[in-house]
Design a protein around this ligand. Sequence first.
Ligand SMILES: [Zn+2]
Length: 345
Amino acid sequence: MSVLRPSVAPHHKALQAPPLTTALGVTAGDATEVTSRVLAVPDCGTAVPGSEPLRLMAVHAHPDDESSKGAATMARYVREGVAVLVCTLTGGERGTILNPAMEQPGIRENLAAVRREEMAAAREILGVQQRFLGFLDSGLPEGDPPPPLPAGCFALEPLERAARPLVQAVREFRPHVILTYDENGGYPHPDHVKCHEVSVEAFEAAADPDRYPDAGEPWQPLKLYYHLSFHRDRMLALHEAMLSRGLQSPYADRIARAQSAAESGERQPLAVTTRVPCAEYFEIRDRALLAHATQVDPQGGWFRVPMEVQRAAWPSEDYHLARSVVDSELPEDDLFAGVREKVSL
Ligand SMILES: [Zn+2]
């Protein structure tokens, strides 16, 4: 294919949500019936015999991030025949144990190995391919002032060295679409910020034969998205849905914080350009997340909103289209909008 130059998607005003009908023709709010046929993972990433399979790459900082950001989207695309590869930049070696039930002898000392096993289980549940890119977790510096980052960690790697394995993975896997975090990393963990930087670098450099010349044959990814997992409209919808059912909402504080950050001009939220309907895959997402047993408390905040409420109030996972070299009309309900046409040519 010809090499196209990436362009920055224009800034969009707040967008009206597209209608939420899934690719299976099920209106998301009714999507409580799930058949094993629909949820079975196909043998290979071939949607239509004879056509090139679509490929999606998700770049994440730590094992467990793939299950908390975009997991239902990946579960859906895999089951529709898209090849999905998760690239996990670090081994999560410096993570803390966030589930009291996992505070057991042998876990903390072997956290790196335990997290690899957890990742293997989550990968199976989601049905995705996954590879570790071999960097060392930087840890989340806590304290005032925060301590310096540990020598040799991912966040301290110079950009070219930090991006090289990802450029190589992009040139090997040849994704049409890449998912990553925004400039702030979604939340301010140094590995998440660095994940954003290496993803943008790889998106821009992978097609250029003069850059990273010994890292494989050039490949031009077509779209780059940022996850918008916890934006205000979604939290507000879930909050109101909980209150209207007489349930306690876990979101009041977060909504107030998001509101004051927006009002102070501290951070302007990115526009939601793309809502991927995936309500019938929320259960798979939760199972994958629970497979990261050291990282999530089954009694904790993640699971406070009943599935029925989530499906009814906000049946999508949402994204900001950051770069694109294909045309697509915004708002979108498909990460491959504008790509399908190009790939089938
Ligand atoms: Zn993380």
